[in-house]
Ligand binder design. Structure first.
Ligand SMILES: Cc1cc2nc3c(=O)[nH]c(=O)nc-3n(C[C@H](O)[C@H](O)[C@H](O)COP(=O)(O)OP(=O)(O)OC[C@H]3O[C@@H](n4cnc5c(N)ncnc54)[C@H](O)[C@@H]3O)c2cc1C
Length: 494
């Protein structure tokens, strides 16, 4: 190890933009760089690793710890699963007596010795990430690297003869020899009328207002049927008894995503795919056949999804389909076919649908109207026919889509031509090794759909994929395990 005195004042300066798990992965990669200083700029850089998804909740709020990771802990990160099981007594103490009853939902897995398989509260993953960030900071400082965390927003980037200069909202101009940008995905798609007395544009950050309506017994209507909708259900369950709950979710297919249920021993589907496809149609037909075969063999969605994820990490899409235009048609279909979510909440949702407390509606919400006593949604069916539905309070859980906006730095990079936006949507393309605008600048977010001319078959939305992408772009970092470590067999930690 180099000691603190070995760094010359002229040693390169590195800057990281963002404070989520991708920024943390870039921070970790600094351990392998010969740099004299690293500055992390994020809206909450001092809590590096938490980002938008794993924030610390406010003490005393009933929904603190209600939001869960969408996958088993070891699918997210085997090291996190180990961390969680080592602190299991503490986790039980924090989660005891909370609504919904997370410990009861986790019990079937815990009783098999499979703490690695639970859907952990997202805040715990944030705790783990923050601890990881602190360990990396300590290691960097021990090597003589100056580490600075700045709570600020990066707004613009210029490349000149003296290097890269980053300008921030607080008026800073930071010169860097290299820069890694990890600003997270684009905003949720806005829908007309989604921010009124009876609607909210997102669940996150609007909980207090939504809670008033849940507590008064209003029907809660979610636009969208994915992860954020499941979070709204958890928010409702944390506030009132299930018997008082009225919950509707509306999605174009009207379907509840499959629950990602871990089994012991862990298994993964091993797809067999043939190269040489010239159209997405034939390749997708082959994938569909592989999924159907896996289902027929009794493999569960967790196993199928994890298997395809691992497969495409080792075999890029271009292995099978060289035409870029055709390859771009693949991720949308895979995202839909391999859709899956939080086991606990999806089981709850099915139970509540059976008792008539919750229901799924089919359609696309075009707009929300606000009346004196509640909201009304304007829906469109697959044939374009319009209908209306009166409800209590509407929460926009639609996710990103055309019309979503990016953070100011991403917008600047697109405008300057450093970062390529694919079509009208939110998909972004970066160069080989995540480079944008030159080899010293790297960019990664869940919106990145193409890296160095490779279309990502499975979207980079999840934590595991993002960390993998950083590891692969940093040759000296060990590539993370694509196959989740097995939990210690039959270990009872309670
Ligand atoms: C609510 C939510 C729940 C999720 N749950 C899961 C899950 O259970 N499992 C899973 O695998 N994935 C989940 N995801 C997906 C998520 O995209 C990834 O897991 C991961 O958190 C993305 O990390 P990131 O660092 O790329 O982005 P983010 O976590 O979005 O972090 C980016 C950070 O950078 C900051 N930032 C943005 N622009 C700037 C700028 N210009 N200057 C300075 N700072 C800036 C933002 O404020 C943000 O805090 C979830 C996402 C969300 C939003």
């Amino acid at each position: 190890m180099r000691d603190a005195d070995s760094k010359s004042p002229n040693a390169p300066t590195h800057v990281i933009v963002g404070d989520g798990i991708t920024a943390l992965a870039f921070f970790e990669a600094c351990l392998d760089r010969d740099i004299g200083a690293v500055t992390v700029i994020g809206r909450n850089a001092t809590a590096l690793g938490r980002g938008a998804a794993y924030a610390k909740g406010a003490a005393g709020k009933p929904w603190r710890y209600a939001y869960l990771l969408n996958s088993p802990a070891d699918d997210i990160d085997p090291q996190f699963a180990a961390w969680l099981s080592q602190r299991w007594r503490h986790v039980c103490a924090v989660m005891a007596g909370r609504a919904p009853d997370w410990l009861r939902a986790a019990a079937p897995l815990v009783d098999q010795g499979d703490i690695y398989g639970v859907n952990a509260p997202r805040e715990f993953y944030g705790d783990f990430m923050e601890e990881t960030a602190e360990a990396i900071r300590t290691a960097l400082v021990a090597r003589g690297v100056r580490v600075t965390f700045l709570d600020d927003t990066a707004q613009a980037l210029d490349i000149g003869p003296e290097g890269v200069v980053l300008r921030t909202a607080a008026g800073r101009a930071l010169r860097a020899d290299g820069i890694d940008i990890a600003p997270g995905g684009p905003s949720t798609l806005r829908i007309e009328g989604d921010d009124t007395a009876f609607s909210a544009p997102s669940v996150f950050g609007h909980e207090d207002r939504i809670a008033e309506h849940i507590r008064r017994g209003a029907e809660i209507f979610c636009i969208g049927g994915n992860a954020a909708m499941l979070d709204v259900l958890r928010l409702c369950q944390s506030l009132i008894p299930e018997t008082a709950l009225r919950f509707v979710a509306c999605a174009p297919d009207g379907a509840v995503p499959a629950a990602l249920v871990p089994r012991l021993p862990r298994k993964m589907t091993e797809p067999t795919l043939t190269p040489g496809h010239t159209t997405a149609e034939t390749f997708l037909a082959e994938i569909r056949r592989e999924i159907d075969r896996a289902e027929a063999r009794g493999e569960a969605m967790r196993e199928i999804r994890a298997g395809f994820r691992a497969h495409f990490l080792d075999h890029p899409l271009k292995t099978y389909l060289t035409d870029l235009g055709e390859a771009r048609k693949v991720p949308g279909a895979l995202r839909f076919w391999l859709r899956g979510g939080t086991r606990d909440t999806i089981f709850d949702l099915h139970r509540l649908i059976r008792t008539g407390t919750a229901r799924m509606m089919t359609g696309k919400v075009r707009a929300v109207l606000s009346h004196d006593d509640g909201a009304e949604v304007i829906l469109e069916d697959a044939a374009g026919r319009e209908s209306r539905y009166k409800t209590g309070f509407v929460v926009n859980c639609a996710g990103a889509g055309p019309g979503s906006s990016f953070d100011p730095l991403t917008q600047d990079l697109i405008e300057k031509g450093f970062l390529e936006r694919r079509g009208r949507g939110t998909a972004l393309a970066v160069g080989a090794g995540l480079s944008v605008g030159g080899p010293r600048i790297r960019y990664l977010s869940p919106a990145v759909a193409e890296i160095g001319g490779d279309v990502m078959a499975m979207p980079l939305y999840d934590a595991h994929m993002l960390r993998q992408a950083v590891a692969r772009a940093t040759p000296t970092l060990p590539v993370l395990q694509t196959r989740a470590a097995a939990p210690p067999s039959n270990v009872r930690l309670l």
